[in-house]
Design a protein around this ligand. Structure first.
Ligand SMILES: Cc1ncc(COP(=O)(O)O)c(C=O)c1O
Length: 382
C-alpha cells in the first residue's frame, strides 16, 4: 500500500496564500507553487547575468513538453510551445485548406479565443455553425445535428469555462472520425487537473494556456497536433523555431521540424516553459488521478453545502459531465456580484461569469476553504 498523500503539507509548503485566502478561483488564474517561483527566481537571475545561463532554459522546455506529453498521453515531440489559446487556434484555423461554404461547428457560449480564429475565416466564405446549449449542458445530439457534409472541424473545450460542463470526449472523437472532420479540443480548463488521453479521444489537436490549471504563467501555451493531423495543417507563422536549421543557418531553407514544433514561430517563452515544468512536477508527484479526486472532493463539499440554500446550480451535475468548476446563481446578477464582492472582502476568491458565481477548486484546497465560502453565501442570501 502506498502512503496517503499529505495534502495539508503540500498546501503549507507550496501555497502560502492558503494561510489567509480561501482561493477557489483556479478557472481564472492559479496561484503559482513555491517551487515554481523558486525556479523562476533562478531563471530571472540568469537573465540578469546571462553568464549564468548554461543551457537550463532549453532543458526546462524539454521537461515541460515531456510532462505535458505524459498528462496528455502524447509524444512530447507532437507538442509545440506557443503563447496562448487564441494563437494555437489561429495556427490551426489558418493552416487548414478550407473552401468557401465549408463549416466549422462550435458550441455556443464557448470561450472567445476559441471562436475568433474560426470566425476570422468568414472573410474567405467559411461559416461557423454554433450549437445551441440546453440549460447547463451542451448535448451530444445537438452537436450531431449541427454537422453537415460541409463540416470540416469540430472545435470545443473539454471543460467549458462558464459552468465546467465536461464533454464525453471518446464519443465526440468517434463522431469526428466517422465524419472525417478535424477534432480540435481546448483543454485550458482541464490540463493539470483532470486526466486527459488524446489517443482515447482520437483528438487531432489539443491546446491549452498555461496560467490556469498548469499553474504557470500568462504567455505560455501548448499545442498538440497528432501525426496524422500534421498533414492537413500547414505552418503559417514560420520562424526560427519552426525549422530544423535554427537561427544560425542563413541558407533560409524551410526545413520544417518533422514534428509539431513546425507550428512554433520565433524564440519561445523560456520562463513560461520553466514554470510549466516546475508546476507540473508537483502534479506528477501527486498523480493526476489523485489531483482530480481531491479537487472534486472540495467541489462536492461546496455542492453539498449549497443544497439547502436559495441558489440554483448552473452546472450539469451528472457525474460524467462534472469537472472542477461548479457554478451557481442566486437568480439575480446583482446579487451574484454582491456575493462575489462580499466573499472577496472576507478573503474568499471565486469568480463570476455569465451563468453566475463560478467556484473552481484545486487539489490543494480543503474543506475549510469550502466552508468559508458557504458561510458567506449563507450570510449574503439569508
Ligand atoms: C476555455 C478557455 N480557453 C482559453 C482561455 C484563454 O484564452 P487565451 O489563451 O487566448 O487567452 C480561457 C480563459 O479563461 C478559457 O477559459
Amino acid at each position: 500500500m502506498t502512503a496517503p498523500i499529505d495534502f495539508a503539507a503540500i498546501r503549507a509548503r507550496e501555497f502560502p496564500i492558503g494561510e489567509r485566502i480561501a482561493y477557489l478561483d483556479h478557472a481564472t488564474v492559479s496561484p503559482m507553487p513555491v517551487r515554481t517561483a523558486a525556479v523562476l527566481a533562478e531563471r530571472v537571475a540568469a537573465l540578469q547575468d546571462p553568464s549564468r545561463e548554461h543551457g537550463l532554459r532549453a532543458a526546462y522546455a524539454i521537461e515541460a513538453r515531456e510532462r505535458m506529453g505524459r498528462l496528455l498521453n502524447a509524444p512530447p515531440q507532437q507538442i509545440a510551445l506557443l503563447s496562448n489559446l487564441a494563437e494555437a487556434a489561429a495556427v490551426v484555423a489558418n493552416g487548414l485548406t478550407l473552401e468557401p461554404g465549408d463549416e466549422i461547428v462550435i458550441p455556443e457560449q464557448e470561450f472567445s479565443s476559441l471562436v475568433y480564429p474560426w470566425l476570422n475565416l468568414e472573410a474567405h466564405g467559411v461559416r461557423v455553425v454554433f450549437v445551441p446549449k440546453t440549460g447547463p449542458a451542451t448535448d451530444f445530439e445537438r452537436i450531431v445535428a449541427a454537422l453537415s457534409p460541409r463540416t470540416k472541424a469540430l472545435a470545443l473545450s473539454h471543460v467549458e469555462f462558464q459552468n465546467g460542463f465536461r464533454h464525453d470526449m471518446v464519443e465526440l472523437g468517434e463522431l469526428c472520425r466517422r465524419h472525417g472532420i478535424l477534432f480540435f479540443v481546448d483543454v485550458t480548463q482541464s490540463l493539470g487537473i483532470l486526466p486527459i488521453d488524446v489517443v482515447a479521444w482520437q483528438a487531432d489537436v489539443v491546446a491549452a494556456h498555461g496560467y490556469k490549471w498548469m499553474m504557470a504563467l500568462h504567455g505560455i501555451a501548448a499545442l498538440y497536433v497528432s501525426e496524422a493531423a500534421m498533414a492537413k495543417i500547414r505552418p503559417t507563422v514560420p520562424g526560427r523555431s519552426s525549422v530544423t536549421g535554427g537561427f544560425e543557418l542563413l541558407d533560409y531553407a524551410l526545413d520544417w521540424h518533422p514534428d509539431a514544433r513546425r507550428y512554433q514561430s520565433g524564440g519561445p517563452n523560456w520562463l513560461g516553459a520553466a514554470a510549466i515544468a516546475a508546476s507540473l512536477s508537483l502534479v506528477e508527484e501527486i498523480g493526476i488521478e489523485n489531483v482530480a479526486k481531491r479537487a472534486k472532493a472540495v467541489s462536492d463539499r461546496i455542492l453539498a453545502g449549497l443544497t439547502d440554500m436559495p441558489v440554483e446550480i448552473a452546472t450539469d451535475l451528472r457525474p460524467e459531465h462534472r469537472s472542477s468548476i461548479l457554478t451557481f446563481t442566486s437568480g439575480s446578477e446583482e446579487k451574484d456580484r454582491a456575493l462575489v464582492a462580499a466573499a472577496r472582502t472576507a478573503d474568499i476568491h471565486v469568480g463570476r461569469r455569465g451563468m453566475g458565481v463560478r467556484t473552481a477548486a484545486s487539489f490543494w484546497n480543503n474543506g475549510v476553504d469550502a466552508d468559508r465560502l458557504l458561510d458567506v453565501v449563507r450570510a449574503q442570501l439569508k
